[in-house]
Design a protein around this ligand. Structure first.
Ligand code: HEC
Length: 203
């Protein structure tokens, strides 16, 4: 399974917001972004319709599903100094991984998904877990699925004393105003070593 993951990651279509947009934004928008005064070659890459339309030369930067016909892919992988994008004088350069991400994004159809904040929330299916008896609510499924993926076991439930102590520390930490520690407010070494010692509860 561990061996399969990297090849899966390399073939899955990249996520536009998380993987593609940051590359375009960092490397291309200065000259092919929303600012029309600094826009070059009449090419705007932040909007799908513009990226798909013919640019100044008449070529299309993005032909969805066809990386070999997409000028964007040709330009970012070009070894010709007069062709390569971003232009060499910017001292910017795409890494091989960034080139690959953009190529796979074009190959997968060049989707421009809107930012998640602008999409309607959709109920995600619950991940399947091995220890089906453990989860007590929907969130537990997600936690357990991740633990199982990492090969970890859930901790045993905390005892009542620990639960009350956590609650006490949470609530008192919120209410307490910071003050200079005094000799008596510094817990003794035994209190730190043994949190169940009564002296530790002064804190
Ligand atoms: C510093 C400005 C600058 C940056 C940054 C830049 N470009 Fe360009 N780009 C230009 C200029 C100027 C041209 C027109 C000259 C040419 O065709 O080489 C151009 C042309 C292009 C063209 C061809 C347009 C046509 O008319 O066919 C494509 C495709 C392109 N850029 C893609 C990109 C991509 C993708 C990035 C980011 C990875 C990028 N560019 C970054 C300045 C820039």
């Amino acid at each position: 399974m561990g061996l399969l993951l990297p090849s899966f990651a390399a073939t899955a279509p990249p996520d536009f917001q998380r993987e593609v947009r940051p590359i375009l934004s960092r490397q291309c928008f200065a000259c092919h972004g929303p600012d029309e005064h600094s826009r070059k070659a009449n090419l705007r890459l932040d909007l799908r319709d513009s990226a798909l339309a013919p640019a100044k030369s008449g070529k299309r930067a993005v032909v969805p599903g066809k990386p070999e016909q997409s000028e964007l892919v040709g330009r970012i992988t070009s070894t010709d100094h007069n062709q390569v994008m971003p232009p060499p004088e910017t001292k910017k350069q795409l890494t091989a991984a960034e080139q690959d991400t953009l190529r796979r994004w074009v190959a997968a159809g060049a989707d421009y998904q809107p930012h998640w904040a602008f999409t309607k929330p959709k109920q995600a299916p619950l991940p399947t877990v091995k220890q089906t008896a453990w989860p007590q609510n929907a969130i537990d499924h997600f936690i357990l699925a991740r633990l199982e993926k990492e090969g970890l076991k859930p901790s045993a439930p905390a005892d009542d004393y620990t639960l009350v102590r956590r609650l006490y520390l949470d609530s008192s930490a919120c209410r307490q105003r910071p003050r200079r520690p005094t000799r008596s407010s510094i817990p003794s070494k035994t209190a730190i070593a043994n949190p169940r010692s009564p002296t530790s509860r002064t804190n």
